[in-house]
Design a protein around this ligand. Sequence first.
Ligand code: MLT
Length: 321
Amino acid sequence: MTFHVLVPDNVHQKAIGILESSAGIRVTAPGKLERAALLKSVADADALIIRSGVTADAELIEKAPQLKAIARAGVGVDNVDLDAATARAVVVMNTPGGNTISTAEHSIGLMLALSRHIPQGHQSLAEGRWDRKAFTGVELKGKTLGIVGLGRIGQAIASRAQAFEMSVIAHDPYLPPAIAAALDVPLLALDEVYARSDYLSLHALVTIETRGMINADSIARMKRGARIINAARGALINSADLAAALGSGQVAGAALDVYEQEPPPTDHPLIGLPNVVHTPHLAASTSDAQVTVAVEAAQLVVDYLLEGVAANVCNPAVLES
Ligand code: MLT
């Protein structure tokens, strides 16, 4: 029996190599497919390897009657309908560790860019101005960084921020306190993190509780002049509320890598504001991370299709049926 693995997005060639060299697997890797072509191509797919740009919703799963597995080359599975997958006995797996360092480094980069107006200074010089006064920054040393979500990425940011002599606090209702204690990061109530943070870095999943958690109400509870960094998911922030707070000075600046809709609409309220630094969902986009997540995803698919071994399962209920 031969299993067909479809890779409808650009994943690193090493992943394709692993699939091609596995007896019993046939791989199709057309690169990024438009939706209509994608829905046709999944008709005989036994497994998919996807990145965040592919939406594996109920419609797609329904068009793939042979589908057994979806491997996400990355962490977030908000682009996969987990309920629809479970109902069809499709196991969904991700690669949670592969882009931790890249995402943490990007978050630190955003924090530095925000504090020192690096993109604005670059742009002004490129436009022929020599303006040093307009771009006076602030140091990270001695400031408090509040991390919302002290998982793998949050922890990697914490140790890097400590190297900058910041004091780091966090909110994470799921983390065993001993892990935070070992990192020397006090775990606090969310309101206390809001009240004490000079910088707030978001690393939470989007859930019913966290969707829009950065809004007029929570911003009012933050220290005046705080700076917000979001390299997790755009839906954590109410963009209109943050734009208003950036205008009033309640929030001094924001650095964003993610948007509720990607690409964001051209009239997005935060894009182009003078005190906002933004990048187009680049945090995990390093050659290093893309190799790691692609190779891990390919191996997950091979192990599941050929050996029946599932790891990093995001819809564990599927294994109970
Ligand atoms: C992730 O969820 O792994 C990151 O946001 C990067 C990506 O979407 O590929």
